[in-house]
Write a protein of this length. Structure first.
Length: 131
C-alpha cells in the first residue's frame, strides 16, 4: 500500500463511484473504496460472476459501521444490497426478512444465515477479505 505525503495509507486505484468492484478472492483484505463512496444506510456490491455463491454486498450503517455479507437472502435469494439498512440489520427487499449484518443470521422468528466476510475501515478506506 502506498503512503501519501500526510502518511495516510493510499490503497492505489479504487473503483470509480458507481462502479462495481471485481472479485479478488484469496488475496486477503483488499481495498474496496473510500468509506464515503458507500452512502450511509446503503450498500456497494462486489461482483463475483464466476463464483457459485454470487456477489458480496458491503453495507454502511448510520454510525459508519461497515459489514460484508453474501448479496443473497437465505430465504429466497433476494438481493440484500437492494434492501433497507436499519441499525445493524438489512431488510430483504423480497419478503422483508431482517438479517443481522454482523453475523448474517436471520432475525427470529425467521431462521437462516448468509455468509459474512471480514470488513474494516482504515484511514477512511474500506477493506474486505473475500477469502
Amino acid at each position: 500500500m502506498k503512503k501519501s505525503g500526510n502518511d495516510a495509507p493510499h490503497p492505489g486505484p479504487l473503483p470509480a463511484r458507481g462502479q462495481r468492484a471485481p472479485d479478488r478472492a484469496g488475496e486477503g483484505p483488499r481495498p474496496l473504496c473510500a468509506l464515503t463512496d458507500i452512502p450511509q444506510l446503503g450498500a456497494r456490491v462486489i461482483e463475483r460472476p464466476q463464483h457459485p455463491d454470487g456477489n458480496v454486498a458491503v453495507f454502511r450503517t448510520a454510525a459508519d459501521g461497515v459489514f460484508a455479507i453474501l448479496d443473497r437472502c437465505p430465504h429466497k435469494g433476494g438481493p440484500l444490497s437492494q434492501g433497507i439498512v436499519f441499525g445493524d440489520r438489512v431488510a430483504c427487499p423480497l419478503h422483508n426478512w431482517s438479517i443481522e449484518l454482523a453475523t448474517g443470521e436471520a432475525v427470529a422468528p425467521d431462521v437462516g444465515c448468509t455468509r459474512r466476510f471480514p470488513a474494516e475501515v482504515v484511514h477512511g478506506v474500506v477493506y474486505v477479505d473475500l477469502g
